[in-house]
Design a protein around this ligand. Structure first.
Ligand code: S3P
Length: 452
C-alpha cells in the first residue's frame, strides 16, 4: 500500500439533497470479537451481520491459523471453536494488515499460551505502539522475542508455561488494552483484574459474559471500573447478531447534516452508550437527528437514525467524552467546518496513535481545503463557514487511514470546490460498501477518470 502505483484517488463534489434509507455494515469492534470469542469457545457460534471488511477477515484468518473452523453459510458465519485454553500454535506469521484491534486483542489472546506467535502488518500498523499491550503481558509472563524499536511490529511473542494473574490499571483510555489483558486472563489460573479509571467501549466484557465467562464489573464512586475475570473457565458458542456500526454510520450521518435539504434514515445502528458521543455532540450543535424505533437486539440497544440537514453551531466537546467517540473526530471536524463559530475538541492525545496521526492528518486536510483550524498537542479548534463558501479545492493525504479518507470525501459534498483524496483503497478495511452507499443517497463521489 505504500507503493504509489497501488493508490486509487477519489473525488467528491458539491451535491444536491441526499435521501434514502441505508444500512451500514456491522460494527467492527463486535465483529472482531465475535470471530475471536467464537473461535475460542467450545461448540458452534453463528454470527449474522458480520462486517466483511479486510480488518475483520484477517482476524478470522488468524483464528483459523490457531485451530478454529470458520465458514460462511448463507448470510451467517459459522464458527467451530477450539475450546478455551486449546488454541494451536500458528505455523506462519499472523498478518493483521491495517488492524490495531485485531492485532492487539490477539496478542492478549495468545500471550498466555506456551507457544510462539509472529505478528506482522502493513506500514500503518507497523508504526503503531504495541508496548501498551506488551507491558501487561510481560507482567503475566509473556516474552517478546523480537520487536522493532519501541515495541512495534513485526513482533514475535512467546507465552509462559504458567501465566500469572495480575491486577492492571490501564494507563490510557483504551478498550484494546483492557481487552488484551482480559483475553490473556482467559488462559490464566485465578482472577485477572483490569482497573479502568475512565470507561471505554465495553463490548469485551459484555460479550465474554454472553459466552459464559466468569466476569464481573464493579464501578466505584469515582467512576473507576474494576473488571474481574476468573481464568480457565468454559466458553460456549453463541448466536450473535452484529448491529450496524455507529462509527461507519457517522459518515452518511454527517453528510446528511451538511448537504442542504437532505433527509436520510440509517437503520439498525448500535446505540451502546460507550459509542454515542458523536450523536450527543452533533445534537448539541443543533443537528436534527431523531432516534426512531429504539429496541434491544442481541443484548445491545439499536435504533434507526433519521437525519435531516441542519444549521450547526460550534460547541466545546469536553475531554471526558473522547473515549465515547474516539473514532469519530475526523468526521466531527468535517461537520464543524460548516458550523457557525468555533468547535473546540479537547483530550485528543489518543488520536495521534490511530491508523495515522489523525490529529495532524485532519488539520492538514482541513487547511488544504481552506478551513480555518488550529491544531494543538491534544486539541483541535475548527472555525466553520456555514455555506462552505470558498472551501474545498485541496488534495488530502490519507496516510493509509480509512477514516481520514471517508471524512474528507464527506467534506467535499458541501464545499464550493471538489475535494480529492490521494487514496480510497483503505476504506475497504472497515466499510467496503461506502462508495455505493454514498452514491446511492445521491452523493457526488467518484473515482477520477483514468484511475483503475
Ligand atoms: C477499539 C478501540 C478503540 C478504537 C478502535 C476499536 C476496540 O481503540 O479506536 O477503532 O474495538 O476495542 P483504543 O482502544 O486504542 O482506543
Amino acid at each position: 500500500m505504500t507503493d504509489n502505483t497501488l493508490r486509487r484517488p477519489a473525488l467528491s463534489r458539491k451535491s444536491s439533497a441526499l435521501s434514502g434509507k441505508v444500512h451500514v455494515p456491522g460494527d467492527k469492534s463486535i465483529s472482531h470479537r465475535a470471530l475471536m470469542f467464537g473461535g475460542l469457545a467450545a461448540g458452534e457460534t453463528r454470527v449474522t451481520g458480520l462486517l466483511e471488511g479486510e480488518d475483520v477477515l484477517r482476524t478470522g484468518e488468524a483464528m483459523k491459523a490457531m485451530g478454529a473452523a470458520i465458514a460462511r453459510d448463507g448470510p451467517a458465519w459459522v464458527i467451530q471453536g477450539t475450546g478455551n485454553g486449546c488454541l494451536l500454535e500458528p505455523q506462519a506469521p499472523l498478518d493483521f494488515g491495517n488492524a490495531g484491534t485485531g492485532s492487539r486483542l490477539t496478542m492478549g489472546l495468545v500471550g498466555t499460551y506456551d507457544m510462539t506467535t509472529r505478528f506482522i502488518g502493513d506500514a500503518s500498523l507497523s508504526k503503531r505502539p504495541m508496548a501498551r499491550v506488551l507491558d501487561p503481558l510481560r507482567q503475566m509472563g509473556a516474552q517478546v522475542l523480537e520487536a522493532r524499536e519501541g515495541d512495534r511490529l513485526p513482533i514475535i511473542l512467546r507465552g509462559p508455561k504458567h501465566a500469572a494473574p495480575i491486577t492492571y490499571r490501564v494507563p490510557m483510555p483504551s478498550a484494546q488494552v483492557k481487552s488484551a489483558v482480559l483475553l490473556a486472563g482467559l488462559n490464566t489460573p485465578g482472577v485477572t483484574t483490569v482497573v479502568e479509571p475512565v470507561m471505554t467501549r465495553d463490548h469485551t466484557e459484555k460479550m465474554l459474559a454472553g459466552f459464559g465467562a466468569a466476569i464481573e464489573v464493579e464501578t466505584d464512586s469515582q467512576g473507576a471500573r474494576y473488571i474481574r475475570l476468573e481464568g480457565q473457565g468454559t466458553l460456549t458458542g453463541q448466536e450473535i447478531a452484529v448491529p450496524g456500526d455507529p462509527s461507519s454510520a457517522a459518515f452518511p450521518l454527517v453528510a446528511a447534516l451538511i448537504v442542504p435539504g437532505s433527509d436520510v434514515t440509517i437503520e439498525n445502528v448500535l446505540m451502546n452508550p460507550s459509542r454515542t458521543g458523536l450523536i450527543l455532540t452533533l445534537q448539541q450543535m443543533g443537528a436534527d437527528i431523531a432516534l426512531e424505533n429504539r429496541r434491544s437486539a442481541g443484548g445491545e440497544e439499536v435504533a434507526d437514525l433519521r437525519v435531516r440537514a441542519s444549521e450547526l453551531k460550534g460547541v466545546t466537546v469536553p475531554a471526558e467524552r473522547a473515549p465515547f467517540m474516539i473514532d469519530e473526530y475526523p468526521v466531527l471536524a468535517v461537520a464543524a467546518s460548516f458550523a457557525e463559530g468555533e468547535t473546540l475538541m479537547q483530550g485528543l492525545e489518543e488520536l495521534r496513535v490511530k491508523e495515522s496521526d489523525r490529529l495532524a492528518a485532519v488539520a492538514a486536510g482541513l487547511k488544504a481545503n481552506g478551513v480555518d483550524c488550529t491544531e494543538g498537542e491534544d486539541f483541535l479548534a475548527v472555525r466553520g463557514r456555514p455555506e462552505g463558501k470558498g472551501l474545498g479545492g485541496g488534495e488530502v493525504e490519507t496516510h493509509l487511514d480509512h477514516r481520514i479518507a471517508m471524512a474528507f470525501l464527506v467534506l467535499g459534498l458541501a464545499t464550493e470546490k471538489p475535494v480529492t483524496i490521494d487514496d480510497q483503497t483503505m476504506i475497504a478495511t472497515s466499510f467496503p460498501e461506502f462508495m455505493d452507499l454514498m452514491t446511492g443517497m445521491g452523493a457526488g463521489i467518484e473515482t477520477p477518470k483514468g484511475v483503475t
